[in-house]
Design a protein around this ligand. Sequence first.
Ligand code: G3I
Length: 320
Amino acid sequence: NAQLHFLAVAAGKEYFGTATDNPELSDSAYVTQLSNTTDFNQITPGNSMKWDATEPSRGIFTFSGGDAIAAQATKNGQLVRGHNCVWHNQLPAWVTNGNFDNATLTSIVQNHCSTLVAHYKGKIALVSWDVINEPFNDDGTFRTSVFFNTMGTSYIQVALNAARAADPGAKLYINDFNIEGTGAKSTAMLNLVKSLKSSGVPIDGVGIQAHLIVGQVPSTIQANLAQFATLGIEVAITELDIRMTLPSTAALLAQQRKDYQTVIAACKATKACVGVTVWDWTDKYSWIPGTFSGQGAACPWDENLVKKPAYDGIVAGFTT
Ligand code: G3I
């Protein structure tokens, strides 16, 4: 009966964790396993700290959803990853359609980040904040968004500076997907971090989401993590899941076990990789089927909350 957080610590990591979400907290069988700190010593709120949840109207902040997740974590002594301050998705319409000029949007971003980060300062055992989420397109160009279109790349430094001022002790991350292996998008992230550091903008880590596909884990994952580490920052695997085309078969589950092992082993081998978070631990609450029709079974536990071979892959990744 292996225990993922214990194995992560034995491998030199700070934590093993999982995303969770408020509706799931009414499922008592789920909550019992979520509260098992030998597996999960860290949780990330899947939705309730995002902009649409926390500042639904300009200057009106609502923290009830995020606070419920924070309370759940605190009750069990779990760390929390703040997720997230600035993202192009799950924005309230007043931000997206506000037609603000650069100066106004700058103060809106500043106020959102500093109010959000300040609210949780000292209230939770914070592992870090995803201050910027998904700034790049897959080809490494900057993603267009209301922020980029109005402020250019300055929104990134505005948000990071605001977060640092609000909680000087918090580790500040930029988090993105499709930066698991080397390639144009990873190079763009490396260059962004370099340029932020050279201009004195606070940045402590890069979050590698790792929404992966069975049989398609990039072979360069370990080399890629090592490249980020050369910048003198942390990395973390922040949203790991490995999806397949349904139905799941014994062969797919066996490949998925290997794929989980590959990702965990890459983190283990990289001193700067501080921890791993799965994007929910059970297929019962995975976001995959709702987004990728016909795909799923991406998590290490099945929808009946029973461990899959993927669990053993995580164990093997930490121990071999
Ligand atoms: O809140 C509404 C609710 O009022 C409505 O009744 C219901 C009906 O569909 O939808 C609810 O909103 C959903 C929301 O999750 C909260 O449950 C959205 O439809 C749904 O699209 C949204 O999905 C979230 C997704 O981000 C949005 O992009 C997923 O739960 C969440 O796991 C996912 O997480 C993201 C990370 O933040 C960033 N990286 C990628 C990752 C996966 O997409």
